[in-house]
Design a protein around this ligand. Sequence first.
Ligand SMILES: [Cu+2]
Length: 149
Amino acid sequence: MRSALSVAIGAALAASACSVPRSGSSAVIVSDAWVREAAPGQPSTAAYATLTNPTDAAITLAAASAAVAQTLEFHETQMDAATMRMVAVRSVVVPPRGRVDLQPGGLHLMLLGLTKPCPPGDRLTIEFRFSDGLVVASAEVRRRLESTP
Ligand SMILES: [Cu+2]
C-alpha cells in the first residue's frame, strides 16, 4: 500500500522513508545532521542539522519525514520569562546565500511517535522536502548532553 502510493505520487511527497535519493534534488546542502538519543519507550526526540542555501533565491523547508517517527514537526525553542517552551512552526526559510542552523535551544526537527528506540551510534535517514526538491540525509544518533530541546 505504502510503496504503491509512493510510486504513484513520486517525488512530490516525502511520505516514504526510502533512502534512495530521487530526481528533483534540492540545491540546499544538509550537513551535520544528528538525532538526540531516545530510550526505549520514549515517545519523541529531536533532530538537528545545518541547512546551507548556495543559490540566489530563498528556499523553504516545507516538510520532513523519517521511518523511525510517525510525524516530524519543525519547532522553535523559546524562552518565555524563565520558562522554556517549544513552538511549532509551519516551515523554515533558508535565505539566499545563507544558512539555518537547526540546533539545541533553537530551531529543531521534532520526531514524534517514535516507532523504535534510537540508541547512540545508530544512523537514521531523514528526508527533507524543500520548495525546490528533496534531500535525503543520514543522521547519527548522539548521546544526550543536556535537556534543551
Ligand atoms: Cu521540539
